[in-house]
Design a protein around this ligand. Structure first.
Ligand code: 7RM
Length: 656
């Protein structure tokens, strides 16, 4: 199996020897939402009935005629039903005592905080929806949102959902070019940003970046600007295009906007994610099935209770924030914490300070963060009372057993179950995960498919591999929150996910099942990197590099990185007249930062006279990976010029 994920492959031997077991405690089991393993058989016996049962937790304006219409690879869920995500996340909670329950607890990086009850959230979402309408946004129009982690981000998403205008949230770390690529791909006519955001005590100039992006976004007519950093006077407003959020919402007064009765398959949002080409894919998620899938998994994977204080540390700019900060948790009427800033500001105990301050009971974070905390040491969490924690979760990348056990012991006081949840932007909802009241946990394993989810591990020719072996992870049955297509590129949707193994959804991940059937995720098997839990396409970084005048050709690979899981190494050949060296490395790193965003900056750049190629001129990234991992070089017989490898290898080793 060709895997690009070397750290995960290296992890395999450790995983095979992993024999620690963590069954749920009797105490946890006794109070768990699900504690009877019969749920698996029940769901398996009739998956559609299972999802229909889960769908009863959602409020529908009109019930469905059919649970599922499945014409592979096209699914329609809850056919004929009418629903609204904003109504489900906000309005319906006003009918109970939850109206004054905290919906969003916001902790700003500078230390300011805000609590929005469901009633407050209702008011703000209505005011925002009224402003959007008044400024010309109509059902079906796309709205681009480029904001940091502030409540206005969730409010804006819910306001869009209320009027049926699909949003596309763009992570605040992305560059102007990345914004304009996304805005132009989906033809957004409206955008929302802020003067800035706070990060490690600095103001991130979001509006500046947005202004640069807008130079090449002719479809956007209006930009709504949140005042977050009080830069009101410094931020130039573009007459006729830019409108302050607070002014526009003040004009709405106490106006109420009826939530649109939307078809269950009405587009809820488009979220761009990296693939194997230079162009990110706009994954389209729709409304009814997405709400069912996210709310149900949020409730059962985290064993959610009414009084929980739930904190997912992801950024809403990624799918984890969409599904498990905004839609799933708010549909469940839970109290959701939202933190704006960095885990080391003002000091390395900021997360634990927040857990203590708000008595957080469910914490959902990424393995990269856990490894970072491990390196910072136990003293930081030890300074705080973490006894409110009840359930811990991880997502985004494979977690090594050491980090898993550290998380359980040091953060969870050896008391909280750790749920390692596997899913993707494309899947919308968690698919492979423990159920904390049922599953005997193994550190490093995402354990089993969620009830009604059918997964398998296939070999190269599409045969299911026996227990104990590895292969390609596939899903063999539709699930309600699955993406419906790639915006504007149905063909790519079909070939990318459904053609490798016909009839199966091909995730792009390698996996192994042990003798007991537990799933162990092994990382990507394609040219997609996972750097600190962020998906980045090698081709995207390569095209950013070659867009610099100095670069003739570039090849990008993942290298193992102790904290980030993977790092990025680039091999570049320069055009005549340009010199490699430390200055050029910095120039190119900055260039990639400008083109994509800081997360895509290569950790290492090597200059080489040539790249290893086959006789048909295909770059052999595999050999570059071998060099980077210090391996004996693989088969080099197909190389056009075997001598160039020695020089690349020598350079690489000198740089180590
Ligand atoms: C939710 C999210 C998706 C890719 C996916 C995997 C990797 C995610 C896990 C994981 C091992 C996990 N969406 N991944 N969760 N690998 N164990 N629990 O991350 O679209 O940004 O990335 O992330 O490779 O294909 S994503």
């Amino acid at each position: 199996m060709a895997t690009t994920n070397e750290p995960a492959a290296g992890m395999l031997s450790a995983l095979l020897q992993e024999d620690r077991r963590y069954p749920p405690s009797d105490e946890f089991k006794a109070q768990a939402n699900w504690s009877d393993p019969a749920i698996y058989e029940r769901a398996e016996a009739d998956p559609e009935a299972f999802w229909a049962e889960q769908a009863r937790a959602i409020d529908w304006f009109k019930p469905w005629d059919r649970v599922l219409d499945w014409n592979p690879p096209k699914a329609r869920w809850f056919v004929g039903a009418e629903v609204n995500a904003s109504y489900n996340c906000v309005d319906r909670h006003l009918q109970s005592w939850r109206r004054n329950k905290a919906a969003i607890i916001f902790e700003g990086e500078p230390g300011d905080s805000r609590v929005l009850t469901y009633r407050d959230l209702y008011r703000e979402v209505n005011r925002c929806a009224a402003a959007l309408k008044r400024l010309g946004v109509k059902k079906g129009d796309r709205v681009a949102i480029y904001l940091g982690m502030v409540p206005e981000l969730a409010i804006a998403m819910l306001a869009c959902a209320r009027i049926g205008a699909p949003h596309t949230v763009i992570f605040a770390g992305f560059s102007a070019d990345s914004i304009s690529d996304r805005v132009n791909d989906c033809g957004a006519t409206f955008a929302i940003t802020a003067d800035g955001g706070w990060r490690r005590g600095n103001k991130i100039p979001l509006k500046d970046t947005m202004d640069r992006a807008m130079e090449s976004c002719p479809t956007v007519k209006t930009v709504l600007v949140v005042n977050r950093t009080d830069d009101a006077r410094q931020v130039p407003m573009n007459e006729g295009r830019d409108v302050w959020w607070h002014r526009a919402l003040a004009d709405s007064g106490a106006e109420q906007v009826e939530p649109e009765r939307l078809d269950a398959e009405h587009p809820l949002y488009i979220l761009y994610t990296s693939g194997t080409t230079g162009k990110p894919k706009g994954m389209l998620h729709t409304t009814g099935g997405y709400l069912v899938g996210t709310a149900c998994t949020h409730k059962y994977v985290f064993d959610l209770k009414e009084e929980d204080v739930y904190w997912c540390t992801a950024d809403v700019g990624w799918v984890t924030g969409h599904s498990y900060i905004v839609y799933g948790p708010l549909a469940n009427g839970s109290t959701c914490l939202m933190y704006e800033g960095s885990p080391d500001y003002p000091d390395k105990d900021r997360f634990w300070d927040i857990v203590e301050k708000y008595a957080v009971s469910i914490l959902y974070t990424a393995p990269t963060a856990i490894r970072t905390f491990m390196r910072w040491g136990k003293d930081f969490p030890a300074k705080h009372d973490l006894s409110s924690l009840r359930v811990l979760g991880t997502v985004g990348e494979p977690i090594n057993p050491e980090a898993w056990v550290w998380y359980r012991e040091v953060i969870g006081g050896d008391r909280c179950p750790v749920v390692d949840t596997w899913w993707m932007t494309e899947t919308g909802q968690i698919l492979i995960t423990p159920l904390p009241g049922i599953t005997v946990l193994k550190p490093g394993s995402a354990t089993f498919p969620f009830p009604a989810v059918k997964a398998d591990v296939l070999d190269e020719s599409g045969n299911s591999v026996p227990l104990g072996s590895g292969g390609y992870l596939v899903l063999q049955r539709p699930w309600p929150a699955m993406a419906r297509t790639i915006w504007g590129d149905e063909e790519r949707y079909r070939t990318q996910y459904w053609s490798r193994f016909p009839g199966n959804y091909f995730a792009g991940d390698g996996a192994k099942r042990d003798e007991a059937g537990y799933y162990w995720l092994l990382g990507r098997v394609d040219d997609v990197l996972n750097v600190a839990g962020h998906r980045i396409g090698t081709m995207e970084v390569e095209s950013a590099l070659v867009s610099h005048p100095a670069v003739a050709e570039a090849a990008v690979i993942g290298i193992s990185h102790e904290i980030k899981g993977q790092g990025i190494a680039a091999f570049a050949t320069l055009r005549g007249g340009y010199e490699g060296g430390a200055t050029m490395v910095e120039t190119l790193r900055d260039h990639v930062g400008d083109k994509i965003g800081a997360i895509a900056k290569p950790d290492k750049i090597f200059f080489t006279a040539e790249l290893p190629k086959t006789r048909s001129a295909k770059i052999m990234r595999r050999l570059l990976r071998d060099i980077a991992e210090g391996k004996v070089l693989g088969d080099t017989t197909t190389l056009a010029d075997p001598t160039i490898l020695a020089s690349i290898k020598q350079q690489y080793e000198e740089s180590e």
